[in-house]
Design a protein around this ligand. Structure first.
Ligand code: PLP
Length: 452
């Protein structure tokens, strides 16, 4: 920090403050974690200064021999860890990984057969007219993914996102009674819509998915199954999700982030079955430019960590702790979407406390409990105010919390929320943002956090 402070002291101070804040509060954001010192240090090296567009051994820049080592190792660890035939370590983030996946599916399913029919290898060989026709055909394809309010991600066909604009899209939801995925309803929608891409995976669905069933649905309608395991990759790596719950043997293409339950640097990965490997390998130049070599190095370190035996214990503890948190909340009268969890996250419906997600999020934050507001299925308060709070266990599990601590966390959450009332707008009407927490509650919660 001293070196940074000699150039821009405000950045050094913000960095120091970030560490202090992360230590003084309870990090329950389901997509966050604490990467190891080895991972953090690997990101701050000279690889940051290197350009390396291309693939291992086939670069558009000179002197990439060390980046080749790094990228090959990251891919090797990913293949070994997940049992995947092919891995691509270049995507800068989860969204980038999904874009690489979408475009490689289009390249494999639409572009390659069109070129093969003409005996060509490269789109540059097409006439302008044929190229226009192919572009239109690619733009005419369909994607079916989980809706945002059921727990899907923006990139799964949400209209404001590019995935909802580059594809004709439809979305599947969850059963209105149980909040659970209804595979028969997904199948019925797929039969009617006939998507090229069926996306499975989620950001805020508190249950496991049967990927074998999703593959059956994809096969029946001729779709490519793409699973976005960004949130639960750590549970797959740690063998908590096996058999039908492990997406890797069932999906054609799997994408993930490396920084959530997998506990690596911020970044993305794509895994694929052999038939999609050569198209995914063209992520650069299809979607990406120069890879972040320093981050790929940190991915290799994090994946090596995840291959150690201790990671399985960690992954199991994530799931056990989520259950303790869910049980602790429900035993104190809180309402959870799907009445529980069997993954790493809990979706708490705060309407039972008379609050919006926004009010609950800020009241908890003031007390030192960091969560994020989240829509619940068919949310009456929309995506901004919401009616839910999403809670995840990966970060605090890294800090060594177990069932007893998570029960205490549940108690603090219920204490804060039950002592918080909605505020009023300036005009005196009911507000969806402001709130009043009873005196002393935030202070006593901070004191309890200090004790943990
Ligand atoms: N996919 C899923 C399921 C996610 O939850 C997220 C992030 O929250 C992403 C993709 C995007 O990841 P990133 O923020 O790294 O682009």
């Amino acid at each position: 920090l001293e070196v940074i402070a000699s150039v821009e002291p405000r950045i050094a101070e913000a960095t120091r403050q970030e560490l202090a804040d992360q230590r003084a509060s309870l990090k329950l954001i389901a997509s966050e974690n604490y990467a190891s010192p080895a991972v953090l240090l690997t990101m701050g090296t000279w690889f940051s200064d290197k350009y390396a567009e291309g693939t291992v051994g086939h670069r558009f820049y000179a002197a990439c021999q060390n980046v080749d080592t790094v990228e090959a190792l990251a891919a090797e660890h990913a293949r070994e860890l997940f049992g995947a035939p092919y891995a691509y370590a270049q995507p800068h983030s989860g969204i980038d990984a999904n874009l690489v996946a979408f475009w490689s599916i289009l390249a494999h399913r639409i572009e390659a057969p069109a070129l093969a029919e003409k005996g060509m290898k490269n789109v540059n060989e097409l006439t302008d007219e044929d190229w226009e026709g192919l572009r239109r055909e690619m733009g005419d394809q369909r994607l079916l993914g989980m809706s945002l309010d059921a727990g899907g991600h923006l990139t799964h066909g949400f209209r404001p996102n590019i995935s909802g604009k580059m594809f004709h899209q439809q979305q599947y939801g969850t059963d209105p009674e149980t909040g659970l995925l209804d595979y028969d309803a997904v199948a019925a929608k797929a039969r009617e819509f006939k998507p090229l891409v069926l996306v499975a995976g989620y950001s805020a669905y508190p249950r496991r998915v049967n990927f074998a069933k999703m593959r059956e649905i994809a096969d029946e309608v001729g779709a490519t199954l793409m699973v976005d395991m960004a949130h639960f990759a750590g549970l797959v790596a740690g063998k908590v999700f096996t058999g039908d719950e492990d997406p890797v043997p069932h999906a054609h293409v799997v994408t993930t982030t490396t920084h959530k339950s997998l506990r690596g640097p911020r970044g993305g990965l794509v895994l694929a079955q052999e038939e999609f490997a050569s198209s995914v390998d063209r992520g650069c130049p299809m979607v990406l430019g120069g890879p972040l070599s320093h981050v790929m190095a940190a991915k290799a370190v994090a994946l090596a960590e995840a291959r150690q035996d201790g990671f399985r214990t960690y992954a199991q503890a994530i799931a056990d702790n989520a259950k303790s948190l869910a049980d602790g909340l429900m035993s104190r009268g809180a309402k959870l979407v799907t009445d529980g969890t069997d993954n790493h996250l809990v979706l708490l419906d705060v309407s039972g406390f008379g609050l919006t997600g926004r009010q609950a999020e800020t009241a908890l934050l003031e007390a030192g409990v960091v969560t994020n507001r989240n829509s619940v299925p068919a949310d009456p308060n929309g995506a901004w105010y919401t009616s839910g709070i999403r809670l995840g266990t990966p970060a605090l599990t890294t800090r060594g919390f177990g069932g007893t601590e998570f029960d205490e966390v549940a108690d603090m959450i219920v204490d804060v929320l039950s002592q918080t009332q909605p505020g009023t707008t300036k005009a005196g009407g009911p507000s969806k943002a402001s709130y009043v927490t009873a005196d002393g509650v935030a202070d006593r919660t901070h004191a309890r956090i200090d004790e943990l």
